[in-house]
Design a protein around this ligand. Structure first.
Ligand code: AMP
Ligand code: MG
Length: 283
């Protein structure tokens, strides 16, 4: 199992040129689709074990958790990663939040208010399907706030993430990078399949027409928030199997870095064993 995926996907500091990063490549993985799917299945046990340790730690007074932030254009596979990768672990340990257009109540607060409310509890893996980054992406492209406010938000985001990391919640940020052609294919497929029509949003085509503006906004957001404590990973997303595997590997590495250990028993194990061995038959 590749151990070095992070080195391939970590965004180097400095200006970002997304057009120069291939969307269909499989960095750090030599195999093809069936190997990739197999590798993901195998990864499941390791992910489950790490997740359960973290959960147990949280139950025993530990305060640590992990936040996985998934960003990308429509159809980039944020939902697919939740379904195929995150779903490999016990759902009790996962808290998924999908961020849509802010409600009236949310708009009445600072943009981070709804984000703070959705942070994972101790021991949990929080997953953001879209996130506070929408507030410097769509908010910028569609001019929902002025330029000064967008500027302020990059710093506010960096402060929040630094606070989370310092408090024991690493923030794993994945940008799912697809090409506009791939998105067109995926949107067309949605239209071909009646069972996918419910998730077809005409706004996606409007956003698509603003692809260069969104790419610019992403480049700036990635550059401004690519911090040492919470760096960005750019995951090529045209191949779904690779995307699912790559996020799984990054998640595995992030959990392994936390190195959660099984809490020591608070019970007298031998005494409990003896009680069961000594008991009268239970009717
Ligand atoms: P989806 O993820 O496809 O269900 O769509 C969610 C929609 O909500 C997208 O069009 C996002 O651009 C939009 N959205 C999410 N967060 C914000 C935000 N903070 N401000 C404005 N629109 C947002
Ligand atoms: Mg959408």
């Amino acid at each position: 199992m590749p151990r070095v995926i992070a080195e391939h996907l970590r965004l180097p500091p400095g200006p970002v040129d997304l057009a120069a990063i291939p969307t269909g490549a499989t960095p750090g993985f030599d195999g093809g689709k069936s190997d990739g799917k197999e590798a993901l299945t195998e990864l499941g046990d390791e992910l489950s074990d790490l997740q359960e340790r973290l959960f147990a730690e949280g139950r025993s007074g530990g305060h640590r958790s992990l936040l996985l932030v998934l960003q990308g254009m429509d159809t980039s596979g944020k939902g697919g990663v939740v379904r195929h990768t995150v779903a490999l672990v016990d759902p009790q340990g996962i808290e998924v939040t999908a961020f849509g257009r802010p409600t009236e109540e949310e708009l009445a607060h600072d943009f981070l208010w709804r984000v703070r409310n959705a942070l994972p509890a101790p021991g949990r893996i929080g997953v953001f399907d879209r996130s506070h980054y929408e507030d410097v992406l769509v908010a910028k492209v569609r001019e929902l706030v002025d330029a000064d406010e967008v500027e302020r938000r990059y710093d506010a985001i960096n402060e929040l993430e630094a606070e989370l990391v310092a408090g024991g919640t690493p923030v794993l940020k994945c940008f799912l990078h697809i090409s506009p052609d791939e998105q067109r294919e995926r949107l067309l497929k949605r239209l071909d399949r009646p069972e996918k029509h419910w998730k077809f949003d005409p706004v996606d085509i409007d956003d698509r027409q603003l692809w260069p503006e969104f790419r610019d906004a992403y480049e700036t957001a990635l550059e401004r928030t690519n911090t040492e404590v919470a760096p960005w990973y750019v995951v090529p997303g045209d191949k779904k199997w690779y995307r699912n595997l790559a996020v799984g590997l990054l998640l595995r590495d992030a959990l392994a870095h936390l190195a959660p250990t099984w809490p020591p028993a608070e019970i007298d194990v031998e005494a409990q064993r003896q009680r069961l061995l000594d008991e009268q038959p239970v009717q």
